[in-house]
Design a protein around this ligand. Structure first.
Ligand code: ATP
Ligand code: MG
Ligand code: FE
Length: 332
């Protein structure tokens, strides 16, 4: 089957075409309008989705070298995400399916981040663990089958991506800060400054205490030296990144050992982070795991992951109908 995938949960408008499990195109329109605001402004995000959705779909059909009549089903992100943003993608998917008399497939965005590992080879074998780290979520997921996933650990407050973005805001960098922290960290010394590791039970996480300690650390030092941030930017970024990565990988290691799992994957926007990617790879070599690190274009939000998830739901005959509505919160 040929699946059109649509993603609009946050600030990326994306459309992809997948034919029999092979990704033919994946168009991602990023929104730059939020940079000045230090975070995504929901009302602005939905307006830009409105502008971008039809061009993105036309471009992805063109790039895939198919005709729009070749499409067999429309898969779309139903949630979780910003309601106004989701509404644009859901409404487009419903309208397209109605016009072309096609089945609709609703997809959970967080499951799709995990299923991005089924776009290309090598694919993980069930059961595997996936550390999903993004702007809104931090989860250790036990993946038993395509749509049989259990969250065995999650953040009690901020997500890992949020910790990156809030740190960058404290440092006066624009949104989203994750990629900038990554860039500056490459030139810095990760041992220059030490930030606390929270003691949280089980496989859960907490990042809000870290954020506060970074804020106090910066305020204290800037009071003594107004140029503290400029003088130490690379070292600060390297040290913060190092702490976030060690927190994530320690819990992942504990979970893998407790569940006896040796197939370990990374997903979500923060999996684009160089330190995390290298850290998991080295850890995997040490622990004897098979590790799966997504291609860059499949880390942050994209419709390819929605299309591949749609493909597996299509094979199961799992469709939804025109009454479907988006969900800001959507459990597995
Ligand atoms: P969710 O998936 O939880 O709904 P989201 O869709 O906003 O949230 P993604 O697009 O998957 O999240 O990821 C965005 C996050 O990834 C942002 O917090 C961003 O700073 C972070 N990020 C992107 N690239 C990097 C990088 N190279 N290093 C660190 N963080 C990064
Ligand atoms: Mg985003
Ligand atoms: Fe996401």
């Amino acid at each position: 089957p040929v699946i059109l995938g649509i993603e609009s949960s946050c600030d990326e408008t994306s459309a992809a075409i997948c034919a029999d499990g092979v990704m033919l195109s994946n168009i991602i329109a990023n929104q730059t309008i939020h940079e000045a605001y230090g975070g995504v402004v929901p009302e602005l995000a939905s307006r830009v989705h409105q502008q971008n959705i039809i061009p993105a779909v036309q471009q992805t059909i063109f790039n895939a070298k198919i005709n729009k009549n070749d499409i067999d089903a429309v898969a779309f992100t139903r949630g979780p995400g910003l309601l106004g943003s989701l509404l644009v993608g859901v409404s487009f998917a419903k309208a397209f399916a109605l016009a072309k008399n096609l089945p609709l497939i609703d997809i959970n965005h967080m499951q799709a981040h995990v299923l991005a590992h089924f776009i290309d080879e090598p694919k993980p074998a069930f059961p595997f663990l996936c550390l999903t780290v993004s702007g809104g979520h931090t989860q250790i997921v036990l993946v038993k089958n395509y749509f049989d996933m259990e969250i065995i650990g999650h953040t009690q407050d901020d997500a890992a991506g949020e910790a990156m973005d809030k740190t960058s805001k404290i440092l006066g960098l624009p949104y989203p800060g994750g990629p900038l922290i990554d860039k500056y960290a490459r030139q810095g010394n990760s041992k220059a400054f030490s930030f606390p590791e929270p003691q949280i039970p089980g496989y859960n996480f907490s990042f809000s205490g870290l954020k506060t300690s970074i804020l106090y650390f910066i305020q204290k030092n800037v009071a003594q030296n107004p140029n503290f941030i400029q003088d130490n930017l690379a070292d600060i970024c390297a040290s913060v990144e190092h702490r976030i990565v060690t927190i994530l990988l320690r819990k992942l290691t504990q979970a893998a050992q407790a569940y006896g799992i040796t197939e370990v994957a990374l997903a979500g926007g923060v999996s684009a982070n160089t330190g995390l990617r290298q850290g998991l790879q080295q850890l995997g070599e040490k622990m004897g795991w098979r590790t799966f690190i997504p291609k860059m274009e499949y880390c942050t939000d994209n419709a390819a992951m929605i299309a591949i998830a749609g493909y597996y739901k299509f094979l199961q005959g799992d469709f939804t109908d025109q009454h479907v509505a988006p969900l800001a919160r959507m459990p597995f």
